[in-house]
Design a binder for this molecule. Structure first.
Ligand SMILES: CCCCCCCC/C=C\C=C\CC(=O)SCCNC(=O)CCNC(=O)[C@H](O)C(C)(C)COP(=O)(O)OP(=O)(O)OC[C@H]1O[C@@H](n2cnc3c(N)ncnc32)[C@H](O)[C@@H]1OP(=O)(O)O
Length: 664
């Protein structure tokens, strides 16, 4: 856990050895304390160098230990002993120095960054010796340094606090950091450290800490995909992808081209018309140039080729189709690709919810077909749903997952069903929001409740950003609205369930969201982002309620949160039952990275577990009783089963769904 060596009979070299990131586990802290004691007591030792094995200094506290009671020697007395010691201690930092690892570096009398430790130890010590000759060791102790306090500290911290509250709504840690900075600037070291420990203890014992720790591991778990066949991340070899093609240069296609090109993959971009191709090309080049400028590298424009002909794709390793969300069109594209591409080319679709297997079915290679569902804008958003059809081979899935990782995405393997995981869950969530409008709420009230909960954007602001016409078209195609609906159908019921036509009415007025300058809100201009409540929407809601004799009522924020988020989680339970997601962590990761779910709440499934499954069940039963025509509010069998099993922790739910059918 920490190796102790005496170099040239005078320098103690202490190497942290806790792979993969040399985290400060209790065993490491124990070994460090012992090594430091040995070094300080050995008269032969004139200086100490601390480093980490395998090019990583230290990744901080061992987060795995946070789940249980804390054992082993505390870190702070160890750090105090290093700092107070009479022998110079040097932190030789390679790679990361995070959290407690950074604190360890801070208390060392010297830090050398980006430095490979080997035979350089003696050089380090020589430099330390020269420095010591010039200045005494006491001047190197961090506790002896004075922190300059700016005269306008209060005003400065006030501004920062406002910014943090806006950016990290409801998150405790950044505000605690500001308080710690204030303590550092205004208190003597010993009092400042005490204040920092108190703040740390408050955070450490909070639900937010548990949620954030859960998110950390959930994100890493998601990459470890597994199929019922036994194929999984560590026994399926991905193919190497050197070249790719993108069909369609709309918003999604352009973002995907950029994501691929900036990691060094040659891309052929295809459009159906010259004008669209030229527009797409200019947009892609602009995006890549801006991206390269931001990263301080040169834009990889030489990797791009733009064409109108599918024939140009015959040699590529992988194709991602990103055409209009229309099954007939996509099928035509896949049939054509089947003919044009060499037999080994992987065929991927960026559909956001259509049947991936139906597309596989029209090709000559269904085992090489997989969904790669990017989120808009694709070069910015981190999430990638890899949609495994029943015939997708493990090599195909491994390749899509590995390509996602290479592009810097958080990739999650999901099963094939309408909407997959993310968009399937979105429906009950959005339905609840529109039902609440009918019952008396306003878009701004619902958005505020969700944003106060921590969402980056409430559901209506998010819909305005995404564009309301997409959902409208899907509803028309599925016969929920439009001329094909039987006029005898009651306007607020479809297929025997409650239906809210307000979103259709908004679209009928040409209000498609930000792009048209009007949606659930009004904007200064088409493309504007500053959402303002619109009296016309207020009028529309009032007229609607009076037409259907709905008596508006006061709706509490609690009801908004419960109905929207418990309905969301309830669908998550059904997704687990159906085997569309392998584990709750995957669902949470999808919502964290694709839908702006607040990280400090852990994701919808973790949030449900924090509220208490019994409580979630009770509230769903209550709301379902009040709205029996809303099947999404009916508690799922898995939720009931988990409650009957004593509400086990979210990490063990998988054991309770093992026997259920899997689509993965
Ligand atoms: C009041 C009471 C206080 C009690 C305190 C207890 C004693 C401790 C004292 C002081 C505490 C100080 C606070 C902290 O230090 S909190 C921890 C701060 N550190 C972090 O947040 C770092 C988290 N890690 C990362 O950001 C990355 O992992 C990074 C180190 C940058 C490496 O990134 P990358 O190369 O992309 O690799 P992965 O992220 O995939 O990680 C590789 C595997 O390593 C595991 N890992 C990483 N960090 C930790 C860690 N700190 N503890 C345990 N495990 C860690 C990660 O899960 C991966 O594992 P696997 O391969 O199995 O998936």
């Amino acid at each position: 856990m920490a190796r102790y060596e005496l170099v040239k009979r005078s320098v103690a070299l202490i190497t942290l050895t806790n792979p993969p990131v040399n985290a400060l586990s209790s065993a490491v802290r124990h070994a460090m304390a012992k090594s430091m004691e040995q070094a300080l007591n050995d008269p032969k030792v004139t200086a100490v160098v601390i480093c980490g094995e395998n090019g990583r200094f230290c990744g901080g506290a061992d987060i795995r230990e946070f789940a249980g009671p804390l054992r082993g020697p505390p870190l702070v007395p160890l750090l105090d002993a290093i700092e107070a010691g009479e022998k110079p201690v040097v932190a030789a930092i390679e790679g990361v120095a995070l959290g407690g690892g950074f604190e360890l570096a801070l208390v060392c009398h010297y830090c050398i960054a980006h430095f490979k430790v080997n035979h350089f130890v003696l050089k380090i010590i020589k430099a330390v010796g020269m420095s010591r000759a010039a200045k005494p060791l006491s001047s190197r102790r961090v506790s002896m340094l004075t922190t300059p306090c700016p005269p306008d500290l209060d005003a400065l911290l006030e501004v920062v606090t406002m910014e943090v509250k806006k950016k990290a709504r409801g998150v405790m840690a950044p505000l605690a950091c500001i308080q710690a900075v204030r303590a550092a600037a205004t208190m003597p070291y010993s009092k400042g450290i005490k204040r920092e420990s108190e703040l740390m203890a408050t955070l450490f014992n909070s639900g937010q800490a548990r949620a954030l720790q859960y998110c950390f591991f959930a994100q890493r778990t998601a990459g470890k995909w597994t199929l019922p066949s036994g194929a999984q991340w560590n026994n399926s070899k991905p193919r190497e992808i050197r070249s790719a093609a993108i069909i369609g240069l709309g918003t999604m296609g352009r973002g995907i081209v950029v994501s691929l090109a900036r990691v060094g993959i040659s891309v052929i971009a295809v459009e159906s018309e010259k004008k669209l191709l030229e527009t797409g090309k200019q947009m892609v080049i602009g995006m890549l140039e801006r991206d390269a400028k931001r990263r301080g590298v040169s834009a990889s424009l030489n990797l791009l080729k733009f064409t109108l002909s599918l024939q140009d794709l015959k040699d590529v390793d992988l194709v991602i189709e990103a055409v209009f969300e229309d099954m007939a069109l996509k099928k035509r594209v896949f049939q054509e690709l089947s003919k044009v591409c060499r037999p080994a080319t992987l065929l991927c679709t960026n559909t956001s919810g259509l049947d991936v297997d139906a597309l596989a079915g029209v090709t000559d290679r269904p085992h090489l077909v997989v969904g790669m569902h990017f989120f808009s804008p694709a070069h910015v958003m981190k999430l990638l749903e890899v949609v495994c059809g029943p015939r997708s081979s493990s090599e195909t899935i491994a390749t899509a997952m590995s390509l996602g990782k290479r592009m810097g995405k958080v990739s999650v393997a999901v099963g094939n069903c309408p909407g997959f995981v993310g968009n399937r869950m979105l429906k009950p969530y959005m339905d609840q929001a529109t039902f609440l409008l009918e019952e008396g709420a306003t878009p701004e009230q619902i958005d505020k409740a969700l944003e106060d909960f921590g969402f980056a954007m409430g559901v209506f602001r998010m819909s305005d950003l995404a564009g309301l016409d997409v959902g409208w078209r899907i509803r028309k195609e599925s016969g929920l609205t439009g001329p094909d609906v039987d006029p005898k159908n009651p306007p607020r019921r479809r297929h025997g369930r409650r239906y809210c036509p307000i979103p259709d009415m908004v679209c009928e007025q040409g209000r498609f969201g930000q792009k048209t300058g009007r949606g659930w809100y009004m904007y200064d201009k088409p493309g504007g982002t500053n959402a303002k409540p619109d009296p016309l929407i207020q009028n529309l809601l009032e007229m609607y309620r009076s037409r259907y004799a709905i008596q508006p009522r006061n709706i509490s924020d609690q009801e908004i949160i419960e109905r929207c988020l418990f309905a969301l989680a309830n669908e998550g339970f059904r997704i687990l039952e159906d085997g569309i997601a392998a584990r709750p962590e995957d669902i949470d990761v999808i919502y964290l990275f694709g839908y702006g779910f607040p990280r400090h709440r852990g994701g919808p499934m973790f949030y449900a577990s924090m509220v208490g499954l019994e409580r979630v069940l009770e509230r769903l039963e209550h709301y379902h009783q009040a709205h029996p025509d809303v099947p999404h509010l009916e508690p799922s069998p898995l939720l009931k089963k988990l409650v009957a099993c004593g509400s086990p922790s979210v990490q063990t739910w998988r054991e309770h769904i093992k026997t259920m059918h899997s689509h993965l």
